[in-house]
Write a protein that binds this ligand. Sequence first.
Ligand SMILES: Cc1cc2nc3c(=O)[nH]c(=O)nc-3n(C[C@H](O)[C@H](O)[C@H](O)COP(=O)(O)OP(=O)(O)OC[C@H]3O[C@@H](n4cnc5c(N)ncnc54)[C@H](O)[C@@H]3O)c2cc1C
Length: 377
Amino acid sequence: MEKFIVVGAGLSGATIARLLAEDGNDVTVFDKRATLGGNAYDYVDKNGITVQPYGPHIFHTEYKDVFEFLSRFTEWRDYEHRVLANVKGRLVPVPFNLTSLEKCFPAARADRIRKILEQEVGEGKSASILTLTDHENPEIRSFAEFVYKNIYYKYTKKQWGLSPESLGGTVMERVPVSVSYDDRYFTDAYQCMPSEGFSAMVNNILRHPRIKLRLKADAKKLLSLSDGVIFYKNKPFRGTLIYTGRIEELFDYKFGQLPYRTLKFKIKTKNTASYQPAAVVNYTASKPYTRVSEFTKFACEQKDKTVIMREYPKKCGTKDMPYYPIPTEENLALYGKYADEAKNYKNLYLLGRLAKYEYINMDVAVRRAFELYENIE
Ligand SMILES: Cc1cc2nc3c(=O)[nH]c(=O)nc-3n(C[C@H](O)[C@H](O)[C@H](O)COP(=O)(O)OP(=O)(O)OC[C@H]3O[C@@H](n4cnc5c(N)ncnc54)[C@H](O)[C@@H]3O)c2cc1C
């Protein structure tokens, strides 16, 4: 009889399974998919190009312990991510920085705004776009309104199907304006890509004699929950269940479906070594897609062909893949009902982006698994 069941072989599930196995526990890991790594799954196509079919994933973290843990399972390739936004045909770095400022404004005005930003925000520092649109200095306010309107507003509406205001602060608070010429998308201490890809890394995490993998296996078909008791194969389960799938699915959608944003991806091979000047180009307003990613640039693969992916955000239907939780007050309240219900099951632990209904980066997924491991009874 299984002592630990982990549902999901993404980064959350793989990390917790590994920690438990190294502690001498037998762990069974289920995943519906035939592949490992959850949404970070990648494969090498017939031209030798690494493709990430669930969207571009870049590893970056400030957590030394996360970096060290993952380094046991992969070697790394240096990679610093850069993104350009196509604003009315001009390509400018995002997050919006001093180079973007100089590309969008006449020289004298750009110089004046730069000086005020350096004074008010600080040279080399960042401020959220929300702080700047509320700033007491009118020159900063009008600059911030330009950035908000042209770079973020329409992009956010396209991405979420909602105006930034209805997203309740959290999304826009994360959008910075940088008072520097540093055009890297992330400023974290560790920025790199696993040399053999994310799936190979997760495969190594899960390769342990105490871990039993069950792929193409929907755990929900074997699990049911009732009156504080978890049933596994129709018998009460006395072990520990760690669940990284959709929380509503676990509770048979009893309070309804949690809304998500989904993405339709269009992947194309192009007969050219380079398609665009950066790994990612955002289309803030002009196209139905939000961004174009070029995979050879993430992997620093020099080929005579390249692979691009266009992303079309849309409302998530019942058959679509749930990508981004939509953190409105109403949705979070609905999530709260499920989270309260989960508290009735003492041997159930929720982990990861779907079970917690929260956008998390990969490093946070690993960190949360560390925290759970410390607290598991
Ligand atoms: C488009 C996009 C781009 C992203 N880019 C980045 C990035 O650049 N950098 C970064 O750090 N993070 C990025 N992320 C976030 C990253 O994908 C998450 O941090 C990561 O997926 C979290 O891992 P997880 O294990 O919690 O969830 P997932 O990766 O979703 O894994 C959950 C797994 O559970 C399985 N599962 C669910 N239900 C069941 C069931 N009933 N039975 C069996 N198996 C089940 C699923 O099949 C899945 O494999 C991105 C996310 C998206 C959507």
